[in-house]
Design a protein around this ligand. Structure first.
Ligand code: M6R
Length: 604
């Protein structure tokens, strides 16, 4: 996820607007940033790695009074966060500049084709194929025609803006999946990845739909479909203040990040499944690497550790490869026994967690192959691993991890399916099922009405228990962490069958027990455990596969649609996250920045 901004006016200076717009979009990515201005004298660019403040120091080098330009704040996906990889990117002559949000899936093929035709590339990004393609199609002279031709060659989900120094009075914009909005001003028009980019200037906007192309000048906006036919998009008035707009209209980043999960899952899966098979290179591994290891050791902390528990169950059940999962802060001092047949896998959203990093280094010192799953391109974990897969969840701002967790599970599921195939246990039905998850995720989000009532009840209690078996127990672990960290309630997760060995003593009248029930092989056993707590007065709240009988002994339940038990965790995670979120809201806690915690824990 990156932020893109455009401004085209009659006389007004584009630079301050673009820089302020980028500030509003910095939440979308902040590892590098850049601005390009177009005038008849050429394209002037400043870009740099690092946060926007670093770009701010370079702005004096840009000419003032230029009324047309584009800007970008980056969350790296292809290519590390360096000066060269920062956007905007240009063609060979430096007459066309582009900024892009999303992924060009076929960039490798296009890049080779363009290099063979003599184009010179300056970066490792997928984006850079766009300006070179535009150049190839005569874009300096006819930007609109070139964009139309280039569009037919690009595959993936993206939005981009293009400007040309030979035609510096227009911005050409394209949306294919990634968001793009036009702000309508007086003698000037604006573009942004979301409303916050231009809300200080105008509240009137047109939202581009998938497949739309827009030609934006100071006095006109012409939107066309792929065939070039003109289409009207309604003009809406946005009633948000700036702070709300940064959070996509949501009161907290956590809620925004929960709600955007189905779309983020789509981004995470994009290009990773082809012809109903998982593509190994797209999760950072070769066939040889996948076939080589007989054991996997996962190391991680907090929520990432809980994703690891799900990964263990999936890999063991599908591929029959043994997996250990350890909390990183324990593993690093446990004199672990590692051998060359073991792959050490680090899972980390930030890629900077000190304990996880220490485990990775320990494995490398012992000559063991390391693989990481992280959300952060260029992070230390990514750089120090032999192989890496990115979760592509976009920046996660709220301290409580949500979309990073579910995308970690998706990558682990892809890995489990690949390993299963290697072991002759391919499950094409599950590969197919994964592609349904974004759709099912939207369905889950639509059916969660009961959550706020549960949360209000939860907010008034002191102790909460989460129970489940198998994958449901791993989910219970994550559910209890979410509740603890943002609502400060005491919560514990237990394997449902283990309660009777001690914890049952804590169950008394009115104690809430959240039961997770998606595992079909053991559901009747979990129901027996539910009856045990109910017999002692517990109030049982269930997160339950909708196919289970409505007569389950549960007081309030949230039915969820799941395709296959093995794909249920990401779907069942949503109500758990929302329960924690609404409980914290009901208690008036600081949801996005809970006490005593930090987003990235870079100390021991
Ligand atoms: O960046 P990481 O994934 O390595 O972070 C690990 C934990 O610190 C993190 O998951 C933490 O538990 C979250 N706050 C949980 O919501």
């Amino acid at each position: 996820m990156c932020g893109i901004v455009g401004f085209v006016g009659e006389k007004e200076d584009a630079l301050p607007f673009i820089f302020n717009g980028l500030k509003r979009l910095e939440y979308r990515g902040y590892d590098s940033a850049g601005i390009a201005l177009a005038s008849k004298s050429g394209i002037a660019i400043q870009k740099t790695q690092g946060k926007l403040a670093a770009l701010g120091e370079l702005l004096e080098a840009l000419p003032s009074g230029i009324p047309c330009g584009i800007g970008h704040t980056r969350w790296a996906t292809h290519g590390r966060p360096t000066n060269e990889n920062a956007h905007p990117h240009t063609d060979c002559q430096g007459e066309i500049a582009t900024v892009h949000n999303g992924i060009i899936e076929n960039f490798q093929t296009l890049r080779e084709e363009l290099i063979a035709k003599g184009h010179r590339f300056q970066s490792d990004t997928d984006t850079e194929v766009i300006p070179h393609l535009l150049e190839e199609y005569g874009g300096a002279e006819d930007l609109v025609g070139a964009v139309r031709q280039a569009e037919t060659r690009l595959q993936g989900a993206y939005a981009f803006l293009a400007i040309s120094s030979r035609d510096p009075e227009r911005i050409v914009a394209v949306r294919r999946t990634s968001p793009l909005i036009i702000g309508l001003g007086t003698n000037a028009n604006y573009l942004g990845s979301d409303f916050s980019a231009f809300l200080a200037a105008t509240k009137r906007a047109q939202i581009l739909e998938n497949g739309d192309m827009a030609v934006v000048t100071p006095h006109s906006v012409v939107i066309t479909d792929k065939a070039g036919s003109r289409i009207d998009r309604p003009v809406i008035t946005v009633d948000w203040d700036i702070k709300q707009a940064e959070r996509g209209g949501y009161p907290h980043f956590m809620l925004k990040e929960i709600m955007e999960q189905p779309d983020v899952w789509g981004d995470c899966l994009l290009g990773r499944i082809r012809d109903n098979e998982v593509v190994p290179q797209e999760i950072g591994l070769t066939w040889d690497q996948l076939a080589e290891y007989q054991r996997i050791q996962i190391v991680a902390a907090g929520t990432a550790y809980h994703a690891g528990l799900i990964g263990k169950a999936l890999i063991e059940r599908l591929a029959r490869i043994p997996v250990n999962v350890d909390v990183a802060s324990e593993f690093r001092y446990a004199s672990p026994i590692l051998d060359r047949g073991t792959m050490v896998m680090a899972i980390s959203q930030s890629g900077e967690t000190a304990d996880t990093l220490a485990c990775l280094r320990l494995a490398r010192e012992q000559g063991v192959f390391t693989y990481s799953i992280t959300n952060t391109v260029g992070s230390t974990v990514a750089r120090e691993s032999d192989a890496v897969a990115y979760t592509l969840a976009g920046p996660e701002i709220a301290v409580a991890s949500t979309k990073a967790y579910t995308t970690q599970i998706l990558v682990l599921s892809l890995l489990a399916l690949l390993l299963a195939r290697i072991k002759g246990r391919a499950r094409p039905d599950l590969v197919q099922g994964m592609l349904q998850l974004p759709f099912l995720g939207h369905k889950v989000l639509k059916g969660i009405d009961g959550i706020t009532t549960m949360a209000e009840r939860m907010a008034g209690t002191h102790d909460v228990f989460y129970i489940g078996r198998g994958l449901d127990y791993a989910l219970a672990m994550e559910g209890q962490l979410k509740i603890k960290e943002i609502s400060y309630l005491h919560a514990e997760a237990y394997p449902a069958g283990e309660l009777k060995h001690g914890t049952l003593a804590l169950i008394k009248e009115g104690v809430p027990v959240v039961a997770i029930l998606t595992e079909h092989d053991v559901w009747e056993k979990t129901v027996s455990n539910i009856l045990e707590v109910k017999a002692r007065g517990a109030e049982v709240w269930g997160i339950v596969d909708e196919r289970f009988p409505a007569t389950l002994p549960i007081d309030h339940y949230i039915p969820i649609p799941i395709g296959d038990t093995l794909l249920a965790p990401v779907l069942a995670a949503i109500p758990l996250q929302l329960l924690a979120y609404y409980t914290a809201v009901a208690r008036g806690e600081d949801v996005d920045q809970p006490r005593n915690l930090a987003k990235s824990v870079t100390v021991e």
